[in-house]
Design a protein around this ligand. Structure first.
Ligand code: C2E
Ligand code: CA
Ligand code: CA
Ligand code: CA
Length: 279
């Protein structure tokens, strides 16, 4: 029994070591990937529920690894957040998305929005608003064309901290959106005090419409609440006509989802818009 115990112990220490090594290795590869410009952004369109017009797009990062091909953000963003690399990667994403969007606007794309995802680590940078201002300045993108997507947990800060930070960002002239709305714990009273412009209904509440009555209730409640607070509300993960019809009936302003368009390379994004400008 004693022998076995020792073996078990050794087994666990070695797997822990391997896990730590793998993380170090992935961290090193991510840092190299940033230098070697292996990250790319895909863009997913958003449409107005009433007119069917394109209203914006969301930039979603991917890692184009020479060895492993296209890697989804869920596989590397969490580690980048842990190690802090997300600050540099996040700057790259913001810079690239703003530059791309400026180019599109200059080439006659309608006045749509570009949405960029943020991580908590980025917001924790004391000079975050200044960084955003510098990127807008460098790329020439008008601030009112940029939406920053935050999650509920990122803005549940004590005291006036969140309000001050969000006000500083709003002062630049951009829009603020709460991503994955409904999955966090922000209260209605709290939301009301924050200078935000938009809620995005988490795709978890959209997926099972119309089979799941509870999800339909939740989606309808979020839409009603957003409208009462004078916020725009976008549903994400819309995959079927039925989902879109239900959400429109509830007063949802906009949609994003595979039904209307997958995240695409900049070239494919433009190509798709040229061939189907309106639905
Ligand atoms: P998210 O911000 O909630 O982005 C929406 C995710 O849903 C994207 O996954 C998108 O491809 C996917 N999606 C869009 N339409 C549909 C649909 O109709 N059905 C289904 N099932 N999925 C749909 P993706 O691109 O893999 O991104 C995953 C997450 O990674 C994002 O979730 C976001 O939290 C994070 N992420 C992506 N890009 C960035 C970034 O530049 N910075 C940071 N901090 N996080 C990012
Ligand atoms: Ca998002
Ligand atoms: Ca989301
Ligand atoms: Ca998400």
């Amino acid at each position: 029994a004693k022998e076995q115990g020792r073996n078990t112990y050794r087994f666990y220490t070695s797997t822990l070591t391997i896990a730590a090594n793998e993380r170090l290795e992935l961290d090193a590869r991510l840092r190299r990937a940033l230098i070697n410009e292996e990250f790319i952004l895909h863009y997913q369109p958003q449409f107005d529920s009433l007119t069917g017009m394109l209203i914006g797009c969301e930039a979603l990062v991917r890692w184009h690894s020479p060895e492993h091909g296209l890697i989804a953000p869920d596989r590397f963003i969490p580690l980048a957040e842990e190690t802090g690399l997300i600050v540099q990667l996040g700057d790259w994403v913001l810079q690239t998305a703003c530059a791309q969007h400026k180019l599109w606007l200059d080439n006659g794309l309608p006045d749509i929005m570009i949405a960029v995802n943020l991580s908590a680590r980025q917001l924790q940078q004391q000079d975050f608003a200044e960084r955003v201002a510098a990127i807008l300045d460098a790329t020439g993108l008008p601030a009112e064309r940029l939406t920053l997507e935050l999650t509920e947990s990122m803005i549940m800060l004590p005291g006036e901290q969140a309000i001050e930070l969000l006000r500083e960002l709003k002062a630049l002239g951009l829009k603020l959106s709460i991503d994955d709305f409904g999955t966090g714990y922000s209260s209605l009273a709290y939301l009301k005090r924050l200078p935000i412009d938009e809620l995005k209904i988490d795709q978890g509440f959209v997926r099972d419409i119309p089979q799941d009555r509870n999800d339909m209730e939740i989606a309808a409640t979020i839409i009603a609440m957003a409208r009462n607070l004078n916020l725009k509300v976008i549903a994400e993960g819309v995959e079927t006509d039925q989902q879109m019809e239900f959400l429109t009936l509830q007063g949802c302003h906009g949609y994003q989802g595979y039904l209307l368009g997958h995240p695409l390379t900049p070239e494919a994004f433009i190509e798709q818009l040229l061939h189907a400008p309106n639905r």
